[in-house]
Design a protein. Sequence first.
Length: 401
Amino acid sequence: MSVSGKKILIAVSGGIAGYKIHFLIRDFVKKGAEVQVIMTPDAENFVTKLSLSTLSKKPVYSDFYSDNGTWNSHVEMALWADVMIVTPCTANTLSKMVHGMCDNLVIATYMSAKCPVFIAPAMDLDMYAHPSTKKNLELAESFGHIIIPAENGELASGLIGQGRMAEPATIFNTVEHYLSSDIQSRSLEGKTVLITAGPTYEAIDPVRFIGNHSSGKMGFSLAEEASKRGAKVILISGPSFQIINDPNIELYKVTSAKEMLAKVFEFYESVDIGIASAAVADYAPKEVAKEKIKKNDENLTIELVKNPDILKTMGEKKTHQFLVGFALETQNEEENAKGKLEKKNLDMIVLNSLRDEGAGFKNDTNKIKIFTKTEKKEFNLKSKDEVAKDILNFVEAQLLK
Ligand SMILES: Cc1cc2nc3c(=O)[nH]c(=O)nc-3n(C[C@H](O)[C@H](O)[C@H](O)COP(=O)(O)O)c2cc1C
C-alpha cells in the first residue's frame, strides 16, 4: 500500500468544494498515511478546523501566529511533507501560488515545499474557463506541479459545466498512483548532474549579438527530471525564458560560450553525470565594438573567431564523469552524431534532426535517437518532459553496466 506511512500535506482554500476534503482526509488516514491540514483564512468560512482536525488527528493551522505567542512553522510543515495537495484550489490561491504572492500560511508553506505538489482546482465554470486561470494552470504545470483537472457537472451556482473539483477518490487515486509509480524512484539519489541548456549569445556591440533559436526547454526538462529522481542538479543556462521552481536545482545564468565554459569547469570535477544540451555558438566576433555600430557602409564585415568547444573540453578532462552530448544535425545525421561521440570522447550522444517535424529547437516536442559506442535506440516524437525521462532512463541503464 503505497500511501501507508506517507506524510500528506493538504492545503484547503476558500471554495464551496471544501466539504469534500473530509472524505479525502478519511481515505488517506484509513490507508495509513499521516495527514496535516492547513487552510487559508478564507477557507474557514467553508469548513471548520474542528471537523478537519478530528479526521486528520492533528491540529489544523490557518495563521502564522498562535494565541500563545508562538508561530506555526510553514517551513517545517513544507519540509515534513512527502506530497502537498492544494484542494480545493481557488482561482485566488492558484494565482498567488504561481506569482509568489506570499501573504498567508498556505502560500508560504507551498513556497517552502520541495515535495511534489498536486493542485485540484475548483471554480464556477466561467472562472475556470477564464484566460487567467488557464494561464495560471499552465504556469503551475511548467513548475512541475501535477494538475488534477476539474470535472464537468453541476456547479454550486446551479450552472452546468467544467469547474467541479475532482472527486476525493480521483484525487486519492492520482496521488497513490504517483507514489507507487517509478516517477518517484529516487534512482539518482547521491549523484550530481551538471546540465547545460539554451543558446549562447556572442556580443557584436553593446546591443547586438550572434545567437541561435534554442529555447533551453530540453535542458530544463532534463534538470527537472534528474531532480525528481533525487539528483543534485547544476543547471547552467544561456539566455532563455524557461523558469524553474525547484530548490534541488542550482541554476546559473550565463550569456556567452566563454562564460558557460568557465561556469562548467567550476563544477565539472565534482559531478557524476554531465549532459551538454546547450546550443553553444561555434564562433564569436573577434572584437566587440564598444559603441553601437552605426549604419554607414553598404556592407559590414564582422570577423568571427572560433569559440572554445565546451563539450570537447569536457571530454578531454573527463575522469569519472558519464558524459552525454547532443547533436542537432540537418544532414548525414547518424554519421555526424557518431563522429562527434568519438571525437569528443563522449559516453552517449542524443541526436535530433531538424528534418523531423516537431523535433529540435523551439518545439515542445522532440524526436531523438541515442547512440553509445555499441548501441543505438530510436524513440518516437514525444514531449520534451517525456524525452528527458527516456534520456535519463538510458543514462541510468548505462551506469548499471
Ligand atoms: C459561496 C462561495 C463560494 C465560492 N466558491 C469558490 C470556488 O469554488 N472557487 C473559487 O475559486 N472561488 C470561490 N469563491 C471565491 C473565493 O472564496 C474568494 O476568491 C476568496 O478570496 C478565496 O480566498 P483563498 O484563495 O485565500 O481561500 C467562493 C466564494 C463564495 C462566497
